[in-house]
Design a protein around this ligand. Structure first.
Ligand code: AMP
Length: 472
C-alpha cells in the first residue's frame, strides 16, 4: 500500500471540493478543488521537467497558495521537497544547491503555476513507502554549516495524525495562518492540521497585528511564535471580545515567557497552549487541549513519542525516540552518528527535566549552558528571575569569556534600568555564582525568522565585555 503523505492529506479534503481552502483578507478565496487541480498541474510540470521520485525540488519563494501547490506537487510526484527561506542570500543558496543537488529550484511560485496551465496534470500520486523521503529541512544552524534534516512520508504522517487528534481539529475549524512556510511550523504543523480536517485557512502573507485582529472574529485556531502574542498584547484592540470566536491559541518554535501566558489569560480568559518541536522531529511535546496548561512547561510527549533525560532524572539533555523522529542528516553520516545514541535515541540538544506529573520543562539549549567558575549555570533559570524585575521586558542570559571564571554570566536586558540596582535585586534571589556580573540594556534582542533569540550573536557582540574590564 502506498504511504504517500499527499494521499493522506488529500483524504482529509472536504468531499465538496468547492469549499474554501485559502481565505484572504479581501474576502476572496481559493477552494480545495482549485488547490487539488493546481497541485496536479504543478506535479505534471515537475514530471515534464524531468523530476523523478527521490529528486529534490527546491522552492525559494514568497509565501503564496501557489507555493503550497508546489509543496504538495513535490509530494505527489514522490520527490523530496526542500523549502528555502526567501531571505537567504545567493551565497547561502549556492551552499544548499551544492549540498542537496535539487533537480529544480523554483523562485517564482505563481509563475510556475502559470507555466503549469499547459502541463498534463498528474492524476495519481506516485506510490511511496513510509520510509521514503518527503522533505529536507535545513536547520537554522546557529553554529557551523546548516544541516539538512531528512523527514520521511511516515515521519510527517505520524505527526500530522497525532496533532490533528490531540488538538481536536475538525471541519468546523478555521485556522489563522500567519506563519512563514519555509519552516516546519507553518509548512507542516499548521497546514497538515487544516488539510486533515478539510478546514479553511485564513491566509496572511505574514504576521501583522491589524491583519490578525481583523481575522480573529472568523478564526477558531491560531498557531504562532511567541512574538505574535507579545505583539498582539501590545495592541489595546486585542480584547476578550476580539478573541471571542477563538477556541485555541498555540505557541511554539521558541520559549513562551510566563508573563505572556499570564497576560493573555488576563486579557482574553484563554490559556495559550504551548508545545515544543524541532525540524528533526516536528512536534515532540504539547500541553493538553483538555486539562491544565501550565506556563513555562511544554507539556507531555505526543502519543508514540518516548522522551528521556540523559543521565537520569535531573536536568539534562532531552533524548527522544518515535515515529516522527527524522532518519538523519542529508549526506552527513558523521553528524547523524553524533546526534543519535548507540541505542537509537535522538539527542535533541535541548536541556530540560520532567516533573513528577510527567510534564516537560525546557531550560535552554545545551550549547547555551554557562560554566562559570566551574559551576553550571542554566540561563533560563536566571532569565525567569530577571524578567520579573521592574523595568525588564525580557532578558537573554549568556556566558562570555572571563579572565577569572572562564565564563562570566551576562544578562542582556530588553528594557531600562540602573545596572547596579538590578544586579543587586537579582542577587537577593540567586546564588552569587548565578547572578549576572554585568547587565546590558538594549532596545532590541536579535531574533531569527521564528522569533528565537540568537544568543550566538549576543555572545559575539559582548565577547570582550570582561576582557575590557580586566585591561581597564
Ligand atoms: P527549529 O528546528 O528551527 O524549529 O528549532 C528547534 C528548537 O527550537 C528546539 O530544539 C528548541 O530549542 C526550540 N523550541 C521550539 N519550541 C520551543 C518551546 N516551546 N520552548 C522552548 N524552546 C523551543
Amino acid at each position: 500500500m502506498s504511504e504517500n503523505l499527499y494521499e493522506l492529506l488529500a483524504g482529509g479534503f472536504p468531499d465538496d471540493r468547492s469549499q474554501s481552502c485559502f481565505v484572504f483578507a479581501d474576502g476572496s478565496e481559493i477552494s480545495y478543488g482549485a488547490l487539488e487541480a493546481g497541485t496536479s498541474r504543478a506535479a505534471g510540470l515537475l514530471v515534464a521537467k524531468g523530476v523523478r521520485p527521490g529528486d529534490r525540488v527546491a522552492l525559494q519563494a514568497e509565501k503564496s497558495p501557489q507555493a503550497v501547490m508546489i509543496y504538495l506537487a513535490a509530494l505527489k510526484v514522490g520527490a523530496v521537497f526542500l523549502p528555502l527561506n526567501p531571505a537567504y542570500t545567493e551565497a547561502e543558496i549556492a551552499y544548499f544547491r551544492a549540498d542537496a543537488e535539487p533537480r529544480v529550484l523554483i523562485t517564482d511560485a505563481p509563475g510556475f503555476l502559470a507555466e503549469a496551465e499547459a502541463a498534463e496534470p498528474l492524476a495519481k500520486a506516485t506510490p511511496r513507502g513510509a520510509g521514503d523521503l518527503a522533505a529536507i529541512i535545513y536547520t537554522s544552524g546557529t553554529t557551523g554549516r546548516s544541516k539538512g534534516a531528512m523527514l520521511s512520508h511516515g515521519n510527517l504522517a505520524a505527526n500530522a495524525v497525532a496533532l490533528h487528534e490531540i488538538w481536536g481539529f475538525s471541519r468546523a475549524d478555521v485556522l489563522l495562518h500567519a506563519l512563514p512556510i519555509f519552516h516546519v511550523h507553518g509548512l507542516f504543523v499548521a497546514m497538515h492540521c487544516a488539510f486533515l480536517s478539510g478546514a479553511p485557512m485564513i491566509w496572511l502573507a505574514k504576521f501583522g497585528e491589524a491583519e490578525v485582529l481583523a481575522a480573529l472574529p472568523k478564526a477558531t485556531v491560531m498557531m504562532g511564535v511567541p512574538t505574535f502574542y507579545t505583539r498582539l498584547m501590545a495592541n489595546s484592540a486585542f480584547t476578550r471580545e476580539a478573541a471571542g470566536h477563538m477556541r485555541l491559541f498555540i505557541s511554539g518554535s521558541a520559549p513562551l515567557l510566563p508573563s505572556t501566558f499570564a497576560e493573555l489569560e488576563a486579557r482574553t480568559g484563554m490559556r495559550i497552549l504551548e508545545r515544543y518541536g524541532m525540524s528533526e522531529a516536528v512536534i515532540i511535546t504539547s500541553n493538553p487541549l483538555q486539562g491544565e496548561r501550565i506556563a513555562g512547561s511544554v507539556g507531555y510527549p505526543l502519543p508514540g513519542v518516548e522522551l528521556r533525560i540523559a543521565g537520569g532524572d535531573q536536568t539534562g539533555v532531552i533524548e527522544i525516540r518515535g515515529p516522527s523522529v527524522f532518519a538523519g542528516y542529508w549526506r552527513n553520516p558523521e553528524k547523524t552518528a553524533e546526534e543519535f545514541t548507540a541505542d537509537g535515541w535522538f539527542v535533541t540538544g535541548d536541556v530540560g527535566r520532567r516533573d513528577a506529573d510527567g510534564r516537560v520543562w525546557i531550560s535552554g539549549r545545551a550549547k547555551d549552558l554557562i560554566i562559570s567558575g566551574g559551576y553550571n549555570v542554566y540561563p533560563k533559570e536566571i532569565e525567569l528571575v530577571i524578567d520579573e524585575l521592574t523595568g525588564v521586558a525580557e532578558s537573554a542570559v549568556i556566558g562570555v569569556p572571563h579572565p577569572d571564571f572562564g565564563e562570566g554570566v551576562v544578562a542582556v536586558v530588553l528594557g531600562r534600568g540602573e545596572e547596579g540596582a538590578i544586579i543587586a535585586e537579582a542577587r537577593r534571589r540567586l546564588a552569587a555564582y548565578k547572578t549576572p556580573k554585568r547587565m546590558v540594556f538594549v532596545d532590541d534582542l536579535p531574533r531569527n525568522a521564528m522569533g528565537k533569540v540568537q544568543k550566538n550573536l549576543l555572545r559575539d557582540r559582548f565577547k570582550d565585555l570582561f576582557a575590557q574590564a580586566a585591561s581597564d
